[in-house]
Design a binder for this molecule. Sequence first.
Ligand code: ADP
Length: 220
Amino acid sequence: RRHTNPDAVAVIGLGRFGSALALELMRNGAEVLGIDDSENTVQELNGQLTTVARADATREEALRQLGVDEFDKVVVGIGTDIQASILVASRLLKFDRPEIWAKAITEPHAEILDQLGVHHVIRPEHDMGVRSAHLIRGRVLDFAQIDEGFAMVRCAVPEQVQQRPLDTLGLHTRYGVSIVAVRRPGEGWVPTELSTVLYEDDQVLVTGPTDKAEAFSNLS
Ligand code: ADP
């Protein structure tokens, strides 16, 4: 069976990380094949993912039988068992098709996955530590590092930029940031326009160099 659905993802290893990821993909309308070698885990998730299969993913034959080689995207959520993680990743890399995402639990683990040629290495503990530092420090309500030194921050609206249209604020020259979206109390997020006026109870998404975006959110 060919997986022509670009929204189909295979998730291997359904521990805390893999199962949270798989369930969130389901909530967002993706088709998810979950694979784990623990019978308990498979039973728990049965019916909650499109397909759940019990298999030892270090066996190339098992991966082929499940059609993992025909997916566009595969996530390896195995962490604690570093040997299994590395073996599964190297099996997957023999398949030309999938883009591979893999979780690393230590720096050396991340280095090896990277050297093998895994396309995206995820370091949840490391990244969550970085993120938490920004949440703890100031008035940042949410923080996403887009790249080294560049971030998107959710924050309240500093007084200096309230009550006037965005294009009169000189945001870029004065603060080095852009405000890309706003959420009014009780409403959803909408992209800002030049004429958008911000008020005290709004929240905004600010993008820019990490230090500038953070400094902006801490203005008052
Ligand atoms: P987490 O910290 O996210 O819970 P773990 O590394 O502890 O991650 O869990 C990984 C999951 O991967 C477990 O559910 C485990 O049963 C599964 N797993 C480990 N080795 C294999 C394997 N060879 N094939 C399939 N699943 C595996």
